[in-house]
Design a protein. Structure first.
Length: 318
């Protein structure tokens, strides 16, 4: 009917309702619009701000929770993509155009953490996550070198799209997983015993067991787009009850039970690239979708992904 509000929550399994996933705001709040392709939202608790990337415009934007204002955080930013925080609350950024992973220090200077593997330039780092031992794990597809739209067109020196680990003590870059079409979002399970990695081109989310020495198992398919032809997976986040939330591009935001069942979805009017939890209770979901930044205050709480405040996971709430 004309003027009828689109359904935000779509349940495929009763666990989506009973798990409070449908509790919260009845609609999305538009925090900003005017990007060319929005990605990489990360919430900075100390500043009550959210930083995200507008890749083709080569800028990083900043939304202030207190005032609602949006400003440019960094311009000529290296066509940044994913952002996260390290254990000291410093910004870790995947600079897709500059083909490197960097850290913004507390004084504003930028430190290069990784730009090569075995002497060869990285493709275009996409997303990063930080383990509680301080190691930084990142995906390296070729999105930033296939054209000049999101980076600079170039040939891959490595010849494959992989996932890497930056050692916390030596800074050495080590390949930990390969065999991807295009590795994209990555996130540790709340207990850090598994690493989940989306493969955008293959339409899969793969899960790997994490060994004590920092190596990974061969991995298996946790979820597949299957019949949902609009779905292509980008970044991933967990909530405090162990459910995995996935940016599923044109198919909105997917929610998976720990057993891999797709139990529900959030319908978003634009193509969803990235999601991130934030605000004081970490129950505000920020959604970077195509030209806009949206948010939704929910009945579920996100995990402390990285940065100050991260704590051992004690299992799902009962």
């Amino acid at each position: 009917m004309p003027g009828e509000r689109p359904v935000l929550y779509e349940s495929f399994d009763d666990r989506f309702r009973t798990g409070r996933c449908m509790n919260g705001d009845e609609g999305l709040e538009v925090l900003y619009t005017g990007c060319r392709w929005a990605e990489g939202p990360v919430y900075l608790p100390a500043w009550r701000q959210l930083i995200w990337s507008d890749i083709p415009n080569d800028r990083m934007l900043r939304w202030d929770e207190e005032t609602g204002s949006v400003s440019v955080f960094r311009h000529s930013a290296g066509h940044t993509n994913g952002n996260t925080l390290d254990l000291e609350g410093r910004l870790v950024t995947c600079e897709q155009g500059n083909r490197r992973v960097t850290r913004t220090e507390h004084d504003g200077t930028i430190t290069v953490l990784a730009d090569r593997w075995q002497g060869k330039r990285l493709n275009s780092p996409n997303d990063a996550t930080v383990k509680s031992d301080g190691s930084i794990w990142f995906s390296d597809p070729d999105f930033g070198i296939t054209s000049d739209y999101e980076g600079y067109r170039a040939q891959s020196e490595i010849g494959s799209n992989n996932v890497y680990r930056i050692e916390p003590d030596t800074g050495r870059v080590r390949l930990v997983a390969d065999g991807f079409g295009a590795p994209n979002g990555l996130v540790f399970s709340p207990d850090e015993r598994q690493l989940y990695v989306s493969d955008t081109k293959a339409g899969f989310i793969r899960v790997f067991d994490v060994r004590d020495d920092g190596t990974l198992s061969d991995g298996s398919v946790f979820a597949a787009a299957g019949a949902r032809t609009a779905a292509r997976f980008d970044n991933l986040r967990f909530d405090a009850d162990g459910r995995l939330w996935a940016a599923a591009m044109a198919d909105g935001v997917h929610c998976y039970d720990p057993d891999g069942t797709l139990i529900g979805r959030l319908n978003v009017p634009e193509t969803v690239a990235n999601i991130s939890w934030g605000a004081a209770k970490r129950n505000r979901l920020f959604i970077a979708a195509e030209t806009s930044l949206y948010s939704l205050v929910m009945g579920v709480t996100g995990t402390h992904q990285t940065g100050p405040g991260r704590r051992p996971w004690l299992g799902p709430a009962r």
